[in-house]
Design a binder for this molecule. Structure first.
Ligand code: CAA
Length: 240
């Protein structure tokens, strides 16, 4: 039987590319989305991938959403925690709500989703969790204390959960994308973005499909010995 995957934030941007790449591998995919219903409907019509609306920052919604996907498509074998938001601003201008929203969605979403699927993966002795971190969680970024803290937290979360899943056949890995050609990056002021791109050794933004390729590697059957790792896909912008 085909594996079943949930890609959070899976109808747009990097998430859309991941959903499509997993489908291409013969995996049954469900994509979650937060609010853009029109885009989600268009995505489902184009790809045949069902889209489910829930807020990954909401614990109960994740429990209900994952249960619904399992009832519709089968036990969930793979989760890609991709859903993420930005609320950029220097700390002088950042509100408490901007801090909380980003932490709750980007980092809290990983916890909420893992709580919903990890027990079943352990019982069935097979699972793959891929958390989408960020170069800005590794290196920091001016104007992003919320986002950098959340993404850095994802990298720690990944290494801790990997230890808990290892004996049960559940791998947990992270990908740290650099600046990828998506709506999120397009929202960075043009003059700021120009300076950032000038510092990328390969000389361009990344493509969402280049992140998706990393995900298909990590969730593959042969990926069972890769766990607790962070795969940087950033055009050489940050090496360590
Ligand atoms: N280092 C040091 N100083 C900096 C700086 C930097 N990197 N960037 C700006 N400054 C300085 C400016 O020169 C300016 O100084 P002066 O007042 O002395 O002129 C001061 O900080 C204020 O800068 P801005 O005018 O830019 O301030 P702002 O409040 O209008 O905007 C900002 C601040 C929102 C952070 C804006 O600079 C910005 O959007 N930066 C981009 C942040 C970014 O890279 N976000 C990534 C989003 S995509 C993503 O997150 C995906 C991923 O995973 C990679």
């Amino acid at each position: 039987m085909a594996r079943v995957a949930i890609v959070t934030g899976g109808t747009r941007g990097i998430g859309e590319a991941i959903s499509l790449a997993l489908q291409e591998q013969g995996i049954t995919v469900a994509a979650s989305y937060a609010g853009n219903a029109q885009r989600a409907a268009e995505f489902t019509e184009r790809t045949g991938i069902p889209a489910y609306q829930w807020d990954v920052g909401d614990y109960d919604a994740c429990q209900a959403g994952c249960a619904q996907v399992a009832a519709d498509l089968g036990d969930v074998d793979i989760v890609v925690n991709n859903a993420g938001i930005t609320r950029d601003g220097t700390i002088l201008k950042m509100s408490y709500q901007d801090w909380k929203d980003v932490i709750d969605t980007n980092l809290g979403g990983c916890f909420n989703m893992a709580k919903a699927v990890f027990p079943g993966m352990r019982t069935r002795k097979w699972g793959r969790i891929v958390n989408i971190g960020s170069i800005n969680g590794q290196a920091g970024q001016y104007g992003q204390v919320n986002y950098a803290a959340a993404k850095s937290g994802i990298h720690g979360f990944t290494k801790a959960l990997a230890q808990e899943g290892a004996r049960a056949g559940v791998t947990v890995n992270a990908i740290a994308p650099g600046y990828i050609d998506t709506d999120m990056v397009a929202a960075v002021p043009a003059d700021v973005l120009e300076k950032i791109v000038a510092k990328i050794p390969v000389g361009r933004l990344g493509q969402a499909s280049e992140i998706a390729r990393g995900v298909t590697f990590l969730v593959s059957e042969e990926g069972g010995f890769v766990t607790g790792s962070t795969l940087s896909i950033n055009g050489g912008q940050h090496m360590y």
